[in-house]
Design a protein. Structure first.
Length: 146
């Protein structure tokens, strides 16, 4: 490999490492807003808000690894797996919702599940595409002869 290939590879890896903490951080749990509206729409929004606070670093890393190792096929596999994983509520939230209105509880769970699966798929896809791009850059750099 030439110096230019190492430079490109280093730049791509540095960019990915810099982007990784944004996906890996799991923010401190915020307090759940006081429920003043027990409608289904409010329940869906509250469920989605809880899903937003879940960390996605593992999905991103898995997508990145599969993208480097298997390319677009690995990205597709990781995307499919991320969308089919269980998205049940954490135990503390399920216990808190056990005293709520059943229709509110169901809408909350649906909002949580839909948003969490969407975020998982997006994170896995982003990691997979960046992994594939990294592989392509490394491959092109290694095969371009000077």
């Amino acid at each position: 490999m030439t110096i230019a290939a190492f430079t490109w590879t280093g730049a791509v890896c540095a960019t990915l490492v810099a982007a990784m903490p944004a996906y890996a951080q799991d923010p401190a749990p915020a307090t759940q807003p006081v429920v003043t509206d027990s409608s289904a729409a409010a329940a869906v929004l509250h469920g989605r808000a809880l899903a937003e606070r879940r960390g996605m670093g593992g999905r991103f890393a898995g997508g990145f690894a599969s993208g480097i190792l298997l390319g677009l096929i690995g990205t597709g596999i990781t995307y499919a797996i991320a969308g089919s994983d269980d998205a049940s509520l954490p135990a503390m939230e399920a216990a808190r919702l056990s005293t709520a209105n059943p229709s509110y509880s169901l809408a909350y769970q649906q909002g949580y599940s839909e948003r969490l699966k969407s975020r998982r798929r997006s994170s896995a896809l982003t990691g997979g595409l960046l992994g594939t791009l990294t592989f392509v850059v490394i491959y092109v750099s290694a095969t371009s002869g000077n």
